[in-house]
Design a protein around this ligand. Structure first.
Ligand SMILES: O=C(O)CCC(=O)C(=O)O
Ligand SMILES: [Mn+2]
Length: 208
């Protein structure tokens, strides 16, 4: 019998920017994309200055709070539809433009809007979904930046639900999803009973 060394037995380490999906799309992960100092500064700015709002959802016929705070920013000439109602996003702030410019060097697209999520503690979450709204077109590129508490991000294949990839979205990390990802995989941030500090996520999108 051969014994595996600890190194061989553990999960293979992915290099920054390597695709973490085994098939059907690309999810490229860059763990320390922003420096610690920039991440601390940007977290503080976004936490204090973004116009966070509590949105509602209808769940089994009852109006409930969404389990996180959200905000929309972006090009003000590109309204987005919310429950069928066109809404203008808040205009870009210098900090949002700083983040957008840095990720666009890698993403090679011009992002026109960003949805921000504030997860106040481990009870806040986002349930399984795809970023496949009509306005994003076919094979959308989504740039996802995280600051604050680390949370687990799961991607689950739509055809084979036993196929699940997990990423720890750490402070200052960047996840670039593109190709078929939003049509072949769904994603979530699960709730946890662990006592967690807040986390801010920004998902940059191109509205067609
Ligand atoms: O918080 C995250 O990392 C994911 C957020 C998300 O999936 C979304 O806003 O569409
Ligand atoms: Mn999403």
């Amino acid at each position: 019998m051969t014994t595996l060394s600890l190194f061989e037995a553990s999960e293979p380490q992915k290099k920054p920017g390597q695709n973490i999906l085994p098939k059907e799309g690309e999810a490229l992960f860059y763990p320390a994309f922003f420096s610690k100092a920039d991440s601390d500064r940007l977290y503080k700015d976004l936490y204090g200055n973004i116009k966070w709002q509590q949105d509602k959802i209808v769940f089994y016929g009852k109006l409930m709070d969404l389990p996180r705070l959200t905000a929309w920013y972006g090009d003000t000439d590109k309204p987005y539809k919310y429950s069928g109602i066109p809404m203008a996003p808040n205009p870009w702030s210098p900090e949002l433009l700083e983040i957008k410019n840095k990720i666009e060097e890698i993403a090679k697209v011009n992002f026109s809007s960003v949805l921000l999520n504030l997860y106040r503690n481990g009870k806040d979450s986002v349930s399984w979904h795809c970023d496949n709204e009509k306005e994003l077109g076919i094979n959308p590129t989504i740039g996802s930046v995280s600051f604050g508490e680390e949370r687990t991000f799961k991607l689950r294949n739509l055809q084979d639900k036993s196929l699940v990839e997990k990423i720890q979205l750490s402070h200052g990390s960047f996840l670039l999803m593109k190709g078929e990802t939003q049509h072949k995989w769904e994603h979530e941030i699960p709730k946890t009973s662990r006592d967690l500090k807040p986390r801010i996520n920004l998902t940059f999108r191109v509205i067609k």
